[in-house]
Design a protein around this ligand. Sequence first.
Ligand SMILES: [Fe+2]
Length: 351
Amino acid sequence: MSTVTNDSPLSAASGAPSGAASPNGAAELAPSHEGEPNAHGYRKFSVGELHFERDEFFAHISWPTGEHLMSVDAFLRALQRDVAWNFFYGIVNFDGVFGTMNHYGTVDVFTGRYNDAYRKAELDHVETVETEAVRSVFVEMLDDWTNEGFDPFASPSETGSAFGDKHGSNTAAVTRSRVAATRMVSLPGDEQIRDDAGGHPVNRQFTDVAQDEPEVRPEPGYEGRIGGFNLAAYLSRSPVTWNPSIVSVCRDSLMCPTTEEYILPIIHGNDRAEWFVLLSDEITWDIEDRDSGAKRARVTMKAGDVSAMPADIRHQGYAPKRSMLLVWENASAELPNLIATGQVPAQPVDF
Ligand SMILES: [Fe+2]
């Protein structure tokens, strides 16, 4: 199955986007939120013919040919990543039914699109929407549905509950800016290293991580062009989980380390190869076919292991203990099309 494009017959077969079409075929959204809060205090939201509502425990999603529900804590954890990563690379599956696919300018918001059973039953649905339009709906929904004390980015051991009728909010947590170095953390004018004074204490699971920093002595003329920092110390002070941050950039090569604990809240469907280097502890990955969801592999990585996720899979990770993972991304805008058209293989290496 090929990658979905804006003019894909697969999109059209699943129902044309509602609303007026823009020049590139994406839907212009109607206002995102409707009416007064429901009996539980939460507002309803819509993306075209996809409607979102929450109650005490669940996020409910409905569309003309079906309905779906997810535990609202899992839904908000996934929504938080989708918003913070601006729809990321490829597909962000919230679970086996609902998710988004990034076309870098427009986004497919879908139900059942990458689920063999829904596809065969013709119950799937896709709305193709301008990125900023769907982003504004998701940002509002995340803020309205997140209660005081719940932090969707935090490990379950480090946050309060997502459940119950609406009580307060946690806007500061859900609008955190993502670390994105332009050259490298620690260089002048770029993202800086973390310390206690900056509000980044060492995490409870990383108290044994050395906190010394390298001494950098550039030759005259190279000040500001050479640097170094203690990546383990930097990661030991991350307050969030499953949130790859860009700590160094070399053209399209992005080093995106992250700390993990519990479950990756999304099932990431790749549109390019992605390399993982496990720096500490252990993570188990469930690997499925990207388009059908069929199981393909289960990979347990231990500290020092390296793996490459191909461009035709989706994966979800399980970390029994807080661990440090280095994710290496190639940000080239040409890759999805090169892979979809067979000019570049889906797997980055043959053995
Ligand atoms: Fe991924």
